[in-house]
Design a protein around this ligand. Structure first.
Ligand code: FPP
Length: 227
């Protein structure tokens, strides 16, 4: 992997937890629990592969419409993960939560902000977790801030600074597991020139070799950026 043309920023749509559980006759939330374990392992793979930025799609604005039981289970997984944030510091990971955090219970939101502060000076992997995130919602949120600041004209780069990913590079590669081939409102602005790798593997079955394969596929692509 070392001498390969690696993407600066990788986005990962972790799809297939529900089907993984269904295949085993288990409730969907058990699939999310397995998915959370794989998410943690995947952060380690990203560190081992010396990636710079990774953004995981963990909870979309649309996922809020799922059953209360499933939404509560996901919030509980975020909470538990945030209780163990010391590990992220040991790994020199800088965490950011992208999305409308107002949705979350006060306790969870505070833990998210505390985790961002606690890891803010880390210089290793920049790890973003998109929660209650929607690309359209992010763009609207940016526009309302721009309007409220009476800004009349701005460049694409300046617009990017109003997004949750302010200060970060565009996403180069988006990996989606679970067999579906769509973007589902993920990083709409930032993915203008992204490459895509779709995998049939259900997220709880995702292994380091699957990430490596996606990176190899990316390295073989001829990116012309419309030129
Ligand atoms: C999509 O699969 C997955 C989600 C809606 C949740 C993803 C969340 C995790 C993997 C947990 C992340 C945990 C932390 C701590 C960040 P799906 O439920 O839509 O699966 P399906 O398409 O098979 O039904």
């Amino acid at each position: 992997m070392k001498n390969m043309n690696l993407p600066l920023h990788v986005g990962i749509i972790m799809d297939g937890n529900g089907r993984w559980a269904k295949k085993r006759g288990l409730p969907r939330k058990i699939g999310h629990g397995e998915g959370a374990k794989v998410f943690k392992k995947c952060v380690d793979y990203c560190i081992e592969l010396e990636l710079n930025y990774v953004t995981f799609y963990a909870f979309s604005t649309e996922n809020k419409n799922r059953s209360k039981d499933e939404v509560d289970a996901l919030i509980k997984l975020f909470d538990e993960y945030l209780d163990d944030i010391r590990k992220m510091n040991d790994k020199n990971v800088k965490l950011r939560f992208l999305g409308d955090l107002e949705f979350f219970p006060e306790k969870t939101r505070k833990k998210m902000l505390d985790a961002e502060n606690a890891t803010g000076n880390n210089t290793g992997l920049k790890c973003n977790i998109a929660v209650n995130y929607g690309g359209r919602n992010e763009i609207l949120h940016a526009v309302s801030r721009i309007v409220s600041e009476n800004v009349r004209e701005l460049t694409e780069e300046e617009f990017g600074n109003y997004l949750y990913t302010s200060g970060m590079p565009d996403v180069d590669l988006i990996i989606r597991t679970g067999g579906e081939r769509r973007i589902s409102n993920f990083l709409l602005w930032q993915a203008a020139y992204a490459e895509y790798v779709f995998s049939d593997v259900l997220w709880p079955d995702f292994k380091k070799k699957d990430l490596e394969e996606a990176l190899k596929a990316f390295a073989a692509r001829n990116r012309r950026f419309g030129k």
